[in-house]
Design a protein around this ligand. Structure first.
Ligand SMILES: [Ca+2]
Ligand SMILES: [Ca+2]
Ligand SMILES: [Ca+2]
Ligand SMILES: [Ca+2]
Length: 443
């Protein structure tokens, strides 16, 4: 099926230095704000406002990344009944423009992604829409950026409720492999090890289900129900071979994370250890995404894990001589802040990696004065979206970064090429005159 795309691009760009300092703890923020307004229509997908509505709400589904100095953005506008094609935007001469739509990247509920390299290779997982029961599931994808174009590859042959995805060369053949964690599958491969699927890449870029690389005898050594919310692969132990780390999601037999290490004798990933401490998972919490970060600059990779539940936030897991122990955590209520994913970068250039929180909904640590009838409030504040790291200790700045009079549905921050930029979409207009604004705030 072909789609005819009519694009009108109106660009309003402004650089702004506010002078709103009225209280001692409110500093005059120095930021640049750029607003691009898009009008996009996709044939066969109904009124444009439906597309804009999904573009606005999609939070896991928006990613800004760089290839060299060029910025790209992928938006996957879907979380309800209609799945739209993947949208790709590129920035040229400081102007965002809509490049194309990609029906082969259409997802019904993109949940999680990982940027694999500096060449614009990204892996995605789709869980399928949660508004349909039973869950229809979705696929794992790998997308490559070729010049100004995208090339999509479906990794999984059958759909699963994929909740998390990571990429690493787990069979040590020089080709990056894709690992997804799921909460149910339409494949007969339900997934040993709590719903983890490993797909190893072939030289031609296609993928094999690898049902043997992870130990299938787990139940003999670690009995019980071990649900999985997130999976990540990184070299924790400095032996140049990635470990596979799996984090819990409301398992009957509680654990926090389980670390799998490649065994040179069995040639499989074996359960290496399960930390005795549960950290924030002691309470009612399940993992949503995970990244490695050497948060204390001691040379070994530690982990940062985002979670949801009675509180949501991010917890650091400290790597002590190959044993992982829970460290500092940020725990906030939904009324304060809603977080499921995050980015990492040394945004204040103090030598320690900070955490950039991606937030949605109407938390009062994010919205300025959200009240019933005006839940998006009178603007947004950004200081609580940057969990700053000073010598291994995280905290928020007390200096407010307020941006009044904008009401994006959610905000994500990305640290690319030494710059921290937050972005969000906001629908504008009514019916025929409808469009969508893209805010980009550079700190
Ligand atoms: Ca490989
Ligand atoms: Ca290792
Ligand atoms: Ca470390
Ligand atoms: Ca820093």
């Amino acid at each position: 099926m072909k789609y005819i795309i009519i694009i009108s691009l109106f660009l309003i760009s402004c650089s702004k230095s506010d002078n709103l300092a009225v209280e001692p703890n409110v500093v005059t923020p120095l930021y640049g704000m750029k607003i691009d307004t898009f009008k996009i229509s996709l044939n066969g997908y109904g009124e444009p406002y439906k597309l804009y509505g999904e573009m606005e709400e999609s939070i896991s589904n928006r990613l800004v990344y760089s290839v060299g100095n060029k910025e790209h953005m992928i938006v996957l506008p879907s979380n309800k009944d209609t799945a739209f094609p993947a949208l790709h935007f590129v920035k040229t001469n400081n102007q965002w423009s809509f490049e194309n739509s990609y029906p082969e990247g259409k997802m019904t509920g993109a949940r999680n992604y990982e940027v694999v390299d500096n060449n614009g290779t990204i892996v995605y997982c789709d869980f399928g829409t949660e508004t349909v029961q039973p869950w229809p599931g979705g696929h794992l994808y790998m997308v490559k950026t070729i010049g100004d174009k995208l090339v999509w590859k479906q990794v999984s042959p059958k759909k699963s409720f994929y909740h998390s995805v990571t990429a690493a060369d787990v069979n040590n053949d020089g080709l990056v492999d894709v690992i997804g964690s799921h909460m149910g599958s339409y494949n007969d491969w339900k997934g040993f090890a709590g719903g983890i699927h490993i797909y190893t890449q072939r030289p031609d870029g296609s993928f094999d289900e690898n049902r043997t690389l992870m130990n299938v005898n787990e139940q003999n050594i670690w009995p019980g129900d071990h649900g999985t919310g997130a999976v990540y692969a990184t070299d924790l132990f400095g032996d140049k071979r990635p470990e596979i780390i799996r984090a819990t999601y409301f398992a009957t037999n509680k654990y926090a994370i389980a670390v799998y290490k490649y065994s040179d004798s069995s040639h499989k990933y074996e359960l290496y250890n399960v930390p005795s401490k549960l950290g924030v998972f002691e309470g009612n919490a399940g993992a949503t995404s995970m990244r490695s970060v050497d948060y204390d600059n001691d040379g070994d990779n530690d982990l940062a894990i985002a979670y949801e539940g009675y509180i949501n936030g991010v917890q650091i897991w400290i790597n002590n001589n190959n044993q992982m122990t829970p460290g500092q955590y940020l725990g906030v209520t939904d009324q304060e802040l809603n977080i499921r994913e995050f980015e990492i970068g040394d945004v204040d250039k103090n030598g320690f990696n900070d955490i950039i929180l991606h937030t949605f909904h109407h938390g009062n640590l994010f919205r300025i004065n959200p009240v019933p009838g005006n839940y998006r409030g009178d603007g947004i504040k950004l200081q609580n979206l940057i969990w700053k790291n000073s010598n291994g200790n995280y905290s928020f700045s007390t200096k407010e970064i307020n941006i009044t009079n904008i009401k994006p549905c959610n905000i994500k921050g990305f640290y690319n090429n030494g710059k921290l930029k937050f972005n969000g979409f906001e629908m504008i207009g009514v019916k025929d005159d409808q469009g969508i604004k893209f805010y980009e705030i550079t700190l």
